[in-house]
Design a protein around this ligand. Sequence first.
Ligand SMILES: NC(=O)c1ccc[n+]([C@@H]2O[C@H](COP(=O)([O-])OP(=O)(O)OC[C@H]3O[C@@H](n4cnc5c(N)ncnc54)[C@H](OP(=O)(O)O)[C@@H]3O)[C@@H](O)[C@H]2O)c1
Length: 219
Amino acid sequence: MNTILITGVSRGIGRATAETFLNNGWLVYGTSTSGSVPFSHDRLTSFQLDLASAESIENFKQQFGETSLDALINNAGIGLDEDSAPPIDLTVLRRDIEVNVFGTIQITEVVHQNINANGKIISISSQMAALNQSFTYGDPSYRISKAALNMFTLNLSKDPRLVDKNISVCSFDPGWVKTDMGGPHAPRKPEEPAQELFDLITQGFETGKFYRGTSVRDW
Ligand SMILES: NC(=O)c1ccc[n+]([C@@H]2O[C@H](COP(=O)([O-])OP(=O)(O)OC[C@H]3O[C@@H](n4cnc5c(N)ncnc54)[C@H](OP(=O)(O)O)[C@@H]3O)[C@@H](O)[C@H]2O)c1
């Protein structure tokens, strides 16, 4: 049976993605900061994971052990900032980087050796991280954290430990999605990026790229 770890399945895009993989017969390991998720399935196992806490990541590592995986989706993330006007609030920046960058790097390091040959890793980034765009000032900490996450994706795609096992790595821009983070006016439903993530994982993708839907986009 195919197996996947998805961080942050308690709500939003992560929940819809977990449900999509479950509906397609996958075994899903999911996380939330509390350890519980508001839905159940006989092929879903949930874990407590706070990406801002080294202790929580270590506890997850002990519990997860050598469980083998076909895929990892780094979905859990925070933002948008309260710092919508200059200057950048360094407290907010540190918090966003702690979860979206350090925590994501640490959990990937913990589980990458569990991923089978030809496996996949997708990290959820954002249009707001794109360097090749014009935009008006706002949410700088979130933008900076997701741009750093994209560079992590590029580094990971060159990591010999993953290259040797033919593990593909990409960043994914889900668009503007109706969730607690995206708010009620977003045009996309969480089920839409969830299906795109399923298609990328099952049909494959080019390693070291930034995807919007199932197409490569500019960084
Ligand atoms: N919604 C959008 O329009 C949009 C656009 C571009 C990118 N994204 C990205 O898509 C991903 C999912 O976003 P979403 O809109 O679904 O957000 P959401 O509804 O706010 O859900 C966030 C998820 O991340 C988990 N999480 C939050 N802080 C965490 C921490 N410190 N450690 C571990 N898990 C944590 C939450 O768990 P708890 O329930 O336990 O707090 C929850 O499951 C994020 O990476 C986000 O940046 C979203």
